[in-house]
Design a protein around this ligand. Structure first.
Ligand code: SAH
Ligand code: SF4
Ligand code: F3S
Length: 468
């Protein structure tokens, strides 16, 4: 067998695409841990912030010597930077053999054949009009993970003024519901217990297609699949969060009480310049309604600091929004100019040091809120889906609550893939700690498919390299 090295940057959609790329070639290649051992090197790239893109150029640049020593090695740059740069990548880095945009990764085998036949570099950055990803049933060979991603749509039509994604992933296209259901069923048959449905804006699922279900209807269908215990989804756009979806989250037992709802900024002036399509008041009203439907819901968000023209007062409004909503966790970023994005042309750019100062303030405030929320779990019992041994200690099990909090705990053997109750005794910055109370699977008489004891499938031993 030949060897492939895969490195993935960016969001979960890229992780999903990398898994699919590997599934396409796994009869021919096994995974390896170092580029120097590989016959094929695939770098699945992210372009959402400048730093992510720079990392890719650094990494691919360093592969030049390897290609010189072993010219038969095939190097592919895939994903969002590939789409954005196209054949400029080959000009700048002539040792690259393939440039495949996110919609072309499913053509990996054809691209490889072409390179092997000596036809020169392949650049495929065509943006298609339909969801053309072939249905690749993942075969997990008895090593099913506890949870898995399933892409339900690609692209984005929102054109937030800072964002490159509509240019790298193309227009929003929903995947046919039959395909989604077939893929989830296949995963569950093999032992997967939790799925995360993926898209840049999942709650506008199906809107552009004829006779497609709404996202809330899709959730209901997915949740009916026997053996699937938990359903999550990301990302939801606040402007498309309907009452219907709030009701679905509250009513469907399998849908976990956690919503990632990126707000980006707290000031209406900035939100308008970002082209987000909602005001601060509308966002807060939706949060209020959601909490009425589902009082125990946990919210997380994304924040950008230092958007062009963001004043100190605007920034203070972001801080006050964080205090008002009290998100359990946030992902915060310094604004960065991106190719094609409108905000790149905006005036009044905020200096780098000021962006850094604002980011630090956001971190400090959020750390306090996260700690308070984590502490509120102490003394309570929670339901945990056990994903495996804890990263920090083989003595401890690790899993997540329905609210998406990480829990580490001591317990009996063979808990992987089980739903258990855990009593929370303590907490750290990013996780809760507790002790095993009981195995819910036995009580509920649910049979757990013989999942694995071996290596976690997610993610084939390759690591996601999100820079933030
Ligand atoms: N579709 C999702 C997320 C897309 S990218 C959404 O609409 O929320 C993930 C996050 O990266 C964004 O939520 C935003 O906070 C951040 N981001 C995107 N472009 C950025 C830029 N140019 N500079 C800084 N952060 C950015
Ligand atoms: Fe980017 Fe906005 Fe689309 Fe999210 S919704 S991917 S931030 S354009
Ligand atoms: Fe995802 Fe990065 Fe592309 S966040 S959509 S891999 S630009």
């Amino acid at each position: 067998m030949k060897k492939v090295f895969i490195r993935t940057f960016g969001c979960q959609m890229n992780e999903y695409d990398s898994e699919r790329m590997y599934a396409l070639i796994k009869d021919e290649y096994i995974l390896c841990a170092e580029p120097k051992e590989a016959d094929l090197i695939l770098i699945n790239t992210c372009s959402v912030r400048k730093k992510a893109e720079e990392k890719v150029y650094g990494l691919v640049g360093r592969l030049k010597h390897l290609k010189k020593a072993r010219p038969e090695v095939i190097i592919g740059v895939c994903g969002c930077v590939a789409q954005q740069e196209g054949d400029k990548i080959i000009k700048r880095l002539p040792h690259v053999d393939m440039v495949l945009g996110p919609q072309a990764v499913y053509r990996l085998k054809e691209a490889l054949d072409s390179v092997r036949q000596g036809k020169g570099p392949v650049v495929d950055v065509e943006l298609r009009k339909e969801f053309r990803q072939p249905l690749i049933f993942p075969s997990l060979n008895g090593t099913a993970p506890v949870k898995a991603f399933v892409t339900i749509m690609q692209g984005c039509d929102n054109f937030c003024s800072y964002c490159v994604v509509p240019y790298t992933r193309g227009r929003e296209i929903s995947r046919p519901p039959e395909e989604i259901l077939a893929e989830v069923e296949c995963l569950v048959r093999q032992g997967v217990r939790e799925v995360m449905l993926l898209g840049q804006n999942v709650n506008s699922y199906g809107r552009k297609e004829k006779n497609f279900p709404t996202f809330a209807e899709l959730l209901r269908e997915v949740a009916k699949i026997p053996g699937l215990w938990r359903v999550r989804f990301t990302t939801s756009h606040p402007k498309d969060l309907t009452l219907d979806l709030m009701r679905a989250i509250a009513e469907i037992p399998e849908v976990c009480e956690h919503l990632h709802l990126p707000v980006q900024a707290g000031s209406n002036r900035v939100l308008k310049a970002m082209n987000r399509g909602y005001t601060r008041e509308e966002y807060l009203e939706k949060v209020k309604r959601l909490r009425e439907f589902c009082p125990e819901i946990t919210l997380t968000t994304d924040i950008i600091v230092g958007f062009p023209g963001e004043t100190e007062e605007d920034f203070e409004e972001t801080l006050s929004l964080l205090e008002t909503v009290r998100f359990a966790e946030i992902f915060s970023f310094k604004y960065s100019d991106r190719p094609f994005a409108r905000a790149t042309q905006f005036e009044n750019k905020v200096p780098e040091e000021e962006k850094a100062r604002r980011l630090k303030k956001v971190h400090e405030l959020q750390e306090k809120i996260t700690r308070e929320i984590n502490e509120s779990f102490i003394g309570k019992e929670v339901e945990v889906l056990v994903e495996g041994k804890s990263a920090s200690s083989q003595e401890m099990w690790a899993g997540r609550t329905r609210s998406h909090h990480v829990v580490n705990f001591k317990g009996p053997e063979n808990l992987k893939g089980k739903l258990v109750r855990v009593f929370i005794e303590d907490c750290g910055r990013h996780s809760l700690r507790g002790k095993f109370v009981r195995d819910l699977c036995k009580n509920a008489e649910i049979s757990v498919a013989s999942t694995n004891t071996g290596d976690p499938f997610l993610f084939f031993g390759t690591k996601n390299e999100n820079e933030s």
